[in-house]
Design a protein. Sequence first.
Length: 98
Amino acid sequence: MQLERSESTCRIKVTDDPIFREFNFSRIILDRLIDSDKLVILDLTMVSSLHSPGLANLVSIHVSLQKRGKTLELVGVNDTNRRLLRATNLDRLLKIAE
């Protein structure tokens, strides 16, 4: 996992597909954020396919950030994962960049 910060944005690139499947991934992400991060960009370019734990992590991260007044944006979502997010209606909950 790679973490980059700018003024009010934190960009996290998932570099290892299996770590994203861990149920504690959301806790790992949330523990690394600082109060000034208003926008959290999660780069899923390296995530070949989302599974139940990954979907649960996305929802958990989104809800936790929203409670803190922060925004989660997904980038690098491949077509397979985009279809899955659409089929589960998570595309309505999560902000997915084109």
